[in-house]
Each structure stands twice: as C-alpha cells, then as structure tokens.
Design a binder for this molecule. Sequence first.
Ligand SMILES: *[C@@H]1O[C@H](CO)[C@@H](O)[C@H](O)[C@H]1NC(C)=O
Ligand SMILES: *[C@@H]1O[C@H](CO)[C@@H](O)[C@H](O)[C@H]1NC(C)=O
Ligand SMILES: *[C@@H]1O[C@H](CO)[C@@H](O)[C@H](O)[C@H]1NC(C)=O
Length: 267
Amino acid sequence: MAGSNEALPGLCFLGLLLCLCSSSAAAASTPDLLYLNLLWPGGYCQSVNLGEACCIPTTGVPAADFHVQSLETYDSSSGNPIINCDSQCRFLINPLVDLIEDMFAYWPNLSCPSNNGMDQWRHVWCTYGNCTGLSEVVYFNRTLQLRERANILVTLQNWGIVPDASSTYRLELIEEALKSTLGSSSFSVECERRYTVWPLLYQDYLTRIRICVSSDATTIVTCPTVLTTNCDSKVKFAPILYAASPGRQGDATANPVRLRSAMDMLL
Ligand SMILES: *[C@@H]1O[C@H](CO)[C@@H](O)[C@H](O)[C@H]1NC(C)=O
Ligand SMILES: *[C@@H]1O[C@H](CO)[C@@H](O)[C@H](O)[C@H]1NC(C)=O
Ligand SMILES: *[C@@H]1O[C@H](CO)[C@@H](O)[C@H](O)[C@H]1NC(C)=O
C-alpha cells in the first residue's frame, strides 16, 4: 500500500512528461492557424534599407497591387510559429508551371539586387508551406487565391483611400474599410516608421496587412488572439516606386515587359 502511494507522484510526473511531449509533437506537425502576410510595395519600398527603393525582379512583371510575402504556420494555443518541419525539404519549380505568371506578378521579391523570386519561394515553402501538409501547388495556389479574395486595394479605393505621395489617412478609416470585407477581428494593419528628424519627426507608412486564415488555407477567419497594429493614428499610403535596374524599365507597371515564357527563363 505504502509502496503504491510512493509510486503515484512518479507516475503522475511520467504522465505529465508524456503529455507534454506528445502535445508538442502534435503541435510541431499540425499548425491550426495560418497568417497571410500581404505587402504594400509602396510602403515597403519606402522603408527598406533606410528608404532605399526596391529593385524590379529580373523576370516577370510585379503587379501594382498588394503582394504576397508569406503564409505562415502557427500553433494557436501556444502562439508559436511551426516552422522547418523537414530538414530534407526541397522546393521544385515544375509543379508551379500553371501559376508562374501569377507568382511573378503577385509574389515577387523586390529586394535589391534584382532577382527572380525563386529563393523567396523556396524559403517560404521550406519554412512554412511544408508544415501545412498541403502539396506545393495547392499551398501556393491557395495563398494566391486568398490574396485575390482579400481584395485589399479595391476595398481601400472604394473607401476613398488611394495611394498618394502627400496625403495621410486616418488609421481608423483604413481599419473600417478592411473590416467591411475581411471581418472585424481577422487582420491587423502594419506600418514602417520613417524618421525625418530622429526621434521627433516621423511618418508611418502602411506596409503590411496580416490576416488570419484557416489551417487548410481556404478561409479568412477571426483571429484567436487579437492582432495589434503598430501604426500611428495617421498613416501614409505611398505610391509604388521601383528603382530602375539595368535593362529594365523603371516603372514596371507602366511598361510591362512581355515574356516569351516565364518558365524558360527560370529553368
Ligand atoms: C516536406 O518535405 C519532405 C522532404 O522533401 C517531403 O518528403 C514531404 O512530402 C514534404 N511535405 C509536404 C506536405 O509536401
Ligand atoms: C488554383 O485554384 C483554383 C480555384 O480552386 C482552380 O480553379 C485552379 O485550377 C487552381 N490552379 C492550379 C494551377 O492548381
Ligand atoms: C530576396 O532577394 C534578396 C536580394 O536578391 C535576397 O538577399 C533575399 O534573401 C531574398 N529573400 C528571400 C526570402 O529569399
């Protein structure tokens, strides 16, 4: 009798350990919440590297619209990202053949020096995509579909919020506009702060919209934890400007470069 009483705490401890181990193992393989990150190139390109402009990609034509940055995998109960699920992860471009024009348009890497976007796609796939349990083509396709469905630029335009070099907009108005289509607790607006006179004078630029998405990447959902904005009450929605790179037109959207075959240029 005494013996079994003594064993009890040990058993409980063992049970607790097993419990913790199995729940973290389950969490590591099954994200239950995704974050869709949509970049506004106008803000992003004003803010990277202390205001240096972005570089037009070497291949394809970036759209004058919000771009996908990533679709991140999370465990909603811990709030932690679930990443790098397979150290052997490989990214293949061939499965994306039917999506490639959209990838160039809506999922470019605008960082300098100019590049074709592949490193970013590989990085996003092996960091997050591989953890979703979706195939590569389904992961990238659903992400592109979500971007389209969120329809941020058109929604803002309908509320009179248009890219403008000199105006600022009230953050509240931007949030009201997005609530009307995305739902009230399903997103956050993120800004980058640029100082004109540090630390006294600055301007916040709308840079990113972060949206909560179901684990199968099909549906915009209410966020389990409220996402907070880091923007000031007045926000700049800057027009898109890219630095001209050798051999490419400075304003990519005004003079689209037609491609023989986007795939030919990657392979
Ligand atoms: C994740 O990557 C590994 C290694 O390439 C692969 O075997 C596995 O099928 C991938 N998972 C998915 C969902 O594609
Ligand atoms: C992407 O998804 C859409 C909507 O489900 C579908 O119509 C389209 O065929 C898919 N594209 C690819 C390349 O899988
Ligand atoms: C985007 O491109 C830049 C410049 O070519 C590169 O340094 C960076 O790693 C790329 N981003 C990702 C996520 O691969």
